[in-house]
Design a protein around this ligand. Structure first.
Ligand SMILES: [Zn+2]
Length: 404
């Protein structure tokens, strides 16, 4: 279905969109169609479900997935199995084309605790071996890696934070890459070019980025030439800035309209991510929309003394600048704002701690946070948050928005 047909379908089949679009001309300018937020949809309950699917909910052929925001709130997503398959079709085509990976290839992945899955530390499903993410602790790394060696996966589907921890474990212990792994897909968070190289070297396999969310599935996939191509068969993507559609190359909030999610329509759905769309004729043979993500989410905002909010990507820039000046590596970092002008910076690095601190203070002085106080915590590994399973690179404890 094209976006206009999807819009009308959502209006006709759900109470949520019928109410949301009351008085709106559905044939009018697309940019005037109201944006749907995660919070609204999470509170919408059954009203977001298409009436055509009511009788099938919870039955065979339907999948329920719970997705959590950065602050831990949950959104229950209902998907028809057949539609989920359709939504993944192009992704599988590209995995096959570039890396020879198909649905039968042996896979290792990490999962967060979900209802109905029990509390097992790992699970064997079809041709996959999954590990519970909260198991990712230093004392279990040897065991996890041994299980992976025994399983002999052909590819790994990992969050960049998980991949960094595993890559370091292999690298620093002088372990061989896992034989047979010929592709690593990173998803769920941003990662830097340095992190990509490190992971690729430790596992001796190419790394590609897949951008998506549980709600709509895959949104964009990186080709071997480094472009994050929009998966046009699955989503319609747009970028809005201060309420209007952004111009080409302008950064703003990424909205998606799902083409294969009819059980629970997502129309102009705000992903919470910030990025821009460029039109690229790529060497891979694909031309069209390419996404560039800013690295921070819409809610990753730092509170300044004046009450003003600035994007936390300023820390990404500071760490990029530091990385260029040191001989060692910054494996991971995390910044928490505890109060106005009060921050804790956690870093996993093999660089001298004093050197890191000095450089950080030098570079931060050139930003809006020149008067702030920073405390440093050096950790061997930065691990996912127990509650959400996420690696938040920035958390603002001063003003937390409800939905991330
Ligand atoms: Zn390309």
């Amino acid at each position: 279905m094209e976006k206009r047909a999807l819009l009308k379908y959502a209006y006709d089949c759900t109470e949520f969109y019928k109410e949301k679009y009351a008085g709106i001309d559905l044939d009018g300018d697309w940019g005037n169609i109201p944006v749907a937020s995660k919070g609204e949809i999470a509170h919408g309950g059954i009203s977001v479900i298409s009436s055509k699917y009511f009788s099938r909910l919870g039955g065979p052929g339907m999948i329920t997935d719970v997705t959590s925001g950065s602050t831990g709130e949950c959104l229950e997503v209902h998907i028809a199995e057949a539609e989920q398959k359709k939504s993944l079709l192009s992704l599988w085509l590209y995995r096959k084309k570039y890396y020879g990976i198909d649905t039968r290839s042996r896979l290792c992945y990490f999962y967060t605790f979900r209802d109905g899955r029990g509390e097992a530390f790992f699970e064997y499903r079809k041709n996959g071996l999954g590990f519970l993410k909260s198991r990712l602790r230093e004392e279990h790394l040897e065991e996890i890696c041994n299980q992976m060696y025994d399983f002999e996966p052909e590819w790994l589907l990992l969050q960049p934070g998980v991949a960094m921890v595993l890559a370091r474990y292999l690298f620093e212990n002088g372990l061989e890459p896992i034989p047979g792994v010929r592709y690593i897909e990173l998803t769920g968070e941003m990662f830097s070019e340095e992190q990509r190289k490190f992971i690729s070297r430790a596992f001796d396999a190419p790394v590609a980025s897949q951008y998506g969310c549980n709600e709509v599935g895959t949104i964009a996939y990186e080709c071997p030439f480094g472009h994050l191509h929009v998966m046009e068969h699955n989503v319609y993507v747009e970028v809005v800035r201060e309420g209007s559609v952004a111009g080409e190359g302008e950064y703003g909030n990424i909205l998606v309209t799902a083409k294969n999610q009819l059980a629970m329509p997502f129309i102009r759905y705000d992903t919470g991510d910030v990025g821009r769309i460029c039109q690229v004729a790529c060497q891979c043979g694909k031309s069209g929309s390419v996404l560039e993500l800013s690295g921070a989410r819409k809610n990753d905002m730092v509170t300044l003394e004046s009450g003003e909010m600035v994007c936390a990507s300023l820390f990404c820039r500071v760490f990029q600048a530091i990385a260029r000046r040191i001989d060692g590596r910054i494996f991971q970092y995390r910044v928490e704002q505890l109060g106005i002008n009060e921050f804790v910076v956690s870093i996993a690095t093999d660089e001298r701690e004093e050197e890191m601190e000095t450089l950080f203070r030098d570079f931060i002085r050139e930003t809006e946070l020149k008067d702030a106080t920073f405390r440093f915590a050096f950790a061997r590994y930065l691990l996912p948050e127990e509650r959400t399973g996420k690696f938040q690179f920035f958390t603002n404890h001063v003003s937390r928005s409800i939905y991330g």
